[in-house]
Design a protein around this ligand. Structure first.
Ligand code: FAD
Ligand code: DHB
Length: 389
């Protein structure tokens, strides 16, 4: 088989890139290790920056999103007895939208199928060959049969545990990582959200987040121990703990119900440099991970896709390579800022096992400064709604 761009991974990054390129007449094949149902079953991000929304529009897959998403103009921050609102709209003129990653992925799969896009599921042993040559190819097996795709470029969109990043030799690749001593336990429930804005809450029992998907679907998270398993948490235990970590006025009106999904994600900051090696380009979680505080994971994947898509279109349409040549540098410049925001918001609102009384005072002083300072709120809001591409 031959294609122009072989895309490893059929998550949001790979699908979005494939859809955007197809509309410019550039041929792609997407290789996905799992089944479509498996990918659609993963409950992950919920908050999209306007940059992401615009990319979905450019990809021609925004109809349902534009109808069903909810614009969020601000958020509630709570810390102990302190509680305040950060008004994104007023401070930046912009907002974010609530639309689940599951829905984004479903819309992209539907569009890919409607356009006859090639997605190969259940691929095993995916291997990238000759990424640093002029003629790369990818091999993989499905049901025990080996296949080969020759291509011009390879996009590594295969998430944190994928093979694309490992293809870059260790002598060239540099990795930066920070692990946090806790995870997030997430619950999805068919209950009305407790508030019309998100609530990010730091409490002496640990962090909690109240989020949502729609008027009868809520998403809640609590900071948990890395040794916890979702089965250790009954629904009752989860709701009780959540109520203890959010302000009383919300705890009192929280509507609880059976969880329809419950999972734990460890928190990690991770960046690999460079994001390009020869004709291989890394995008999204394959290249970087943020702790979820601040909802930057999926949104940083989108900015990578923006830079790579524009670089490849420029290359195919004009033969000029500056877009793809600058890909790694441009993508990383934005990613490091999102890493900083996610790291600092995690530090601001979580309880760390080794925090002493001084550390707690510092955390409180940080929150007090944010509450009382318009410029600090403006910095927070700019980062939350998304830095420009
Ligand atoms: P992925 O979504 O990981 O997609 C990669 C795809 O590649 C997968 O479908 C995988 O099956 C496939 N793949 C992997 N290896 C191979 C291979 N060898 N061959 C072929 N295919 C392969 N972000 C937020 O903003 N908010 C959140 O609340 C949030 N929660 C999260 C919870 C969890 C448990 C995780 C893991 C992430 C979460 N994120 C969150 C981050 C966000 O979901 C990711 O940033 C986003 O999914 C990145 O998209 P991606 O397409 O780059 O990677
Ligand atoms: C969600 C996840 C986040 O990490 C976040 O900061 C906001 C919302 C969510 O899943 O809804």
């Amino acid at each position: 088989m031959r294609t122009q761009v072989a895309i490893i991974g059929g998550g949001p990054s790979g699908l979005l890139l494939s859809q955007l390129l197809h509309r410019k007449g550039i041929d792609t094949v997407v290789l996905e290790r799992k089944t479509k149902d498996y990918v659609l079953g993963r409950i992950r991000a919920g908050i999209l920056e306007v940059g992401f929304v615009n990319l979905m529009r450019e990809a021609g897959v925004a109809d349902r999103m534009d109808k069903e998403c909810f614009a969020h103009d601000g958020t509630v921050i709570s810390f102990g007895e302190t509680q305040f609102n950060i008004d994104f709209k007023e401070l930046t003129g912009s907002n974010v939208v609530v639309y689940g990653q599951t829905e984004v992925t479903r819309d992209l799969y539907e569009a890919r199928e409607a356009m006859g896009g090639q997605i190969v599921f259940n691929t095993e042993n995916v291997t990238i060959h000759g990424a640093d040559s002029d003629a790369p190819h990818v091999t993989y097996t499905v049901d025990g049969t080996e296949h080969r795709i020759d291509c011009d470029y390879v996009a590594g969109c295969d998430g944190f545990h994928g093979i694309s990043r490992q293809t870059i030799p260790l002598s060239i690749r540099k990795e930066y990582e920070k692990l946090y001593p806790f995870g997030w336990l997430g619950v999805l429930s068919e209950t009305p959200p407790v508030n019309d804005e998100l609530i990010y809450s730091g409490s002496e029992r640990g962090f909690a987040l109240c989020s949502m998907r729609n008027e009868n679907l809520s998403r809640y998270y609590i900071q948990c121990s890395l040794s916890d398993a979702p089965e250790d948490w009954t629904d009752d235990a989860f709701w009780t703990e959540l109520k203890r970590r959010i302000p009383a006025e919300y705890a009192d009106k929280l509507v609880t119900g059976p969880s329809i999904e419950k999972s734990i994600a460890p928190l990690r900051s991770f960046v690999t440099e460079p994001m390009r090696w020869g004709r291989l380009f890394l995008c999204g979680d394959a290249a970087h991970i943020v702790p979820p505080t601040g909802a930057k994971g999926l949104n940083t994947a989108a900015s990578d896709i923006h830079y790579l898509y524009n670089g490849l279109v420029q290359m195919y349409e004009t033969g000029k390579s500056d877009g793809i040549d600058q890909y790694s540098e441009k993508a990383l410049a934005r990613i490091w800022k999102a890493e900083r925001f996610s790291w600092s918001t995690t530090n601001l609102l979580h309880r760390f096992p080794d925090q002493n009384a001084f550390d707690l005072k510092m955390q409180k002083a940080d929150v007090d400064f944010l509450r009382g300072n318009r410029e600090a709120q403006s910095v927070f809001a700019q980062n939350y709604v998304g830095l420009p591409y």
